[in-house]
Design a protein around this ligand. Sequence first.
Ligand SMILES: [Zn+2]
Length: 512
Amino acid sequence: MSYAKVLCVGLVGVTGHVVEVEADLAPGLPGVVISGLPDTALHEARDRVRAAIVNSGQKWPNRRITLNLLPATLPKYGSAFDLAIAAAVLGGSGELPLLPLEGTVVLGELGLDGTVRPVRGVLPMVAAAARAGFPRVVVPIGNAPEAAVIPGVRIRAVDTLHRLVAFVRDGTPLLPPPTAAPAAAAEGPDLAEVAGQRLGRRALEVAAAGGHHLALLGPPGAGKTMLAERLPSILPELDDAAALEVTALHSIAGLLPPGGRLLRRPPFQAPHHTATVPSLVGGGSGLARPGAVSLAHRGVLFLDEAPEFSKGALEALRQPLESGWVRVARTRGGAEYPARTQLVLAANPCPCAKPSGDADCECTPLARRRYLGRLSGPLLDRVDVQVRLLPVRAAELLETGPPSESSTVVAARVAAARRAAVDRWAAVDRWAAVGRKVNAEIPGPYLRRAPWRLPERDTRELRKRLDAGSLSARGFDRVIRLAWTIADLDGRDRPDGGDIAEAIQLRTGEGT
Ligand SMILES: [Zn+2]
């Protein structure tokens, strides 16, 4: 027998595709040819696999070896094919009867000494194997916990090529995946720790309930970061599908916490303002790493000191925020990662950033305008809630009133408001069906038409502002959208004049 085939999985974006690794050994000049759109890492695989086979005490066949990865049209990145290639070569040479691996997907990178190393993206790879009807997967021991997250798949782990060879040849059992540690209680910052901050807390709650992007403007010490970090704590837990997406993205980035569990909390990403464009939107050689905007998928992307980000960085975020997807350019084919995230921007009102706020500001009016102007075009336009926070005063911290509400209490209101919105949009329309479930995702023109059009008496103030030019048409829509969220939070069927007045405040930062 001079031909063998082993199954593996290649990733395109977050989607895995089962790949057949074929090896054909023919007489002739010894050498290795790899076909099937391999990237550089796959060419390097040839050398790694050869060394690993020899250093595992196996014989490297001195023949002409053709390796083919099918389907050929699928771009293939990364080192996860190593182990399958090694098995196919040994199978093709007749050294190893591959029957025990029939229908089994084999994943793993090889070290030169024959150790099997963990690879990025095992979770979506195992999911793909299961979907394609291959419920037996061999993974590197370092990836076993995350592989075991996928239900209905029999996971076996290997630490060395030798272990795989011993299993195939003699039936020596492979390693079982470690049993998952019990889920730790949700920990993290809690809103109970935020004293005072009536406006900031309200803005956070409204943003959470309607899925609205949020801008927190205010001097240092106004609690902007404290509030932003607590947004995930009042968002609903991720459902199964969302949790799988989020966990897959973190798996591809190689950033899954140990223990092997689905990520159930909405993620929180806070890239520094010196972050590069690839670190924000994704990139890198081999299997592209998702950027912060994708790691914040179904969670929160927090840009602290947002005006300090480079123009290119802010510009690069615009398209993903608009479409919910980011396309990472590759030399061959592109990778697309989901990036449906809730944006929180924090900014000082001006470049001097005096803790006391405007009182001691030394900036010229022009400098102040320019500073926030850096955000206006690309990002601020998309931000529904924009509030100005004042420095927290000592008196507020020492207040002896009732303690601040905890995240659990606020999260319950947020969940109820979200349910009300889902019911409304699902009952009459197709929005829920296309995945638009929160008010922030409902198009403005739609809300201006019957039956959603609000009575003239309630929108008078808004229309006045529109005519006077102090509010843009887009701003008008955003206020209306916010008013719906406020009504949902307060348990009313439709927004009233009071809701619109509060929405204007949350949109413009006025009256605070
Ligand atoms: Zn200033």
